[in-house]
Design a protein around this ligand. Sequence first.
Ligand SMILES: [Zn+2]
Length: 428
Amino acid sequence: MFRKLIYRTGCLIRNPSIEKCYKDLKATEFSSSSELHDLQLEKLKALLKFCYQYSDFYRNSFDKVGINPMSGPVNFDILKKIPILTKDELIKFNSEIHTTSSFEFKKKFFSETSGSTGQALTFYKDEVWDSYNRASINRGLSWFSISPWECNGYFWGFNFVLLQRLKTKLLDFLLCRFRLFSYSDNDLDKFLSKCKRAKYLEGYSSMIYEVAKLANKKGVNLKNIKLIKGTSEKIYPHYSSETIKAFGNKIISEYGSAESGIIAFECPAGNMHLNEETCIVECIDGKAIVTNLVAMSFPTLRYDLGDYIEISDTECDCGRKHKVLKEVTGRVGKNIIGFNNNYPSLTLYYVFKNIALESGLELTYRCEQHTVGFLVVYLEVEITESLVSLLDSEFSKYFKNDMKCEYIEKSTVRIKGRKLKDFESFID
Ligand SMILES: [Zn+2]
């Protein structure tokens, strides 16, 4: 009860619209395909009008291809005329895409996400958009009889900058969440003992897998866990055999991104349903092109996520008619392997984000690993002694003495003709 109260109060302050969004999403959970289609079209119409009125970027772009959503018809064919956007364009035309200078939102949140080569994408998220996002996750949790205020374990997402750390701790308390900081024995023991009172776990699937393996090695098994949710990374089939043994469940996937929100959520019957109330997903040449239907402050129409996907119309046993995302073949998550421990590749994001925050230095980077305990870091800039000491000190906060880093200066970070990746492992 107490937990529910804290959660509700937090929501009232941060996300006043969340309850309404949740109710809306629950109301269409079992709608027919044509009802969902109509709902999408209605939302698309409103979105295109809004973009035309308040976003300089989209007004120009619509004018160029001859779309006038204010007077002309809006349908899915019109959508196909809108040029596809890349992340680089979201960064380049950032202020023109934003509608925040001409439209006054009651409330908005600053959001930041890593670009594939270290350059960050920043934008403002309006409150309703943020609420739809959270409500979409909560709807997914409800399919597994979980309430968002129930105790949960969180893998990673930790920053060593003091202020960030305090914020994280407060947020964790409010959300009844505890997290795993590293794969060290001590941290892992503490985490596993806290898991005994948790209802669900979430995080990077490669980390969940590592923890499940260690839990099995230690002979710990926790059957109180009702759901394990993996985000952002591909979930390999062999991950599940370990998690079923340790936690009694396979990892279910949630698919989304900071710009596009929740795109799909796996149901109890094992299919990933598109979150059709909040986005339109097209599959073009195998690529996921996503139109976020609820993002008004920073609209992303026909955004190329950089992932390869497959969509299917097959009926799901659960009764939901939302289209099924069959496979995401993009983002493959691999660990960075030290002499003694493993680290998620996301560590690199934090290292370079901290350098940018502390020294204002935005470094474009790409890392490769060919040998255990050695990391090759390619940087576009010239490498000075002071830069080496800055990099060394930031890396050692995460890796301690477990990894040797080699810096290669003035190198090309982008490899032509391939998807941009900040980390690639050549270790099997
Ligand atoms: Zn289903």
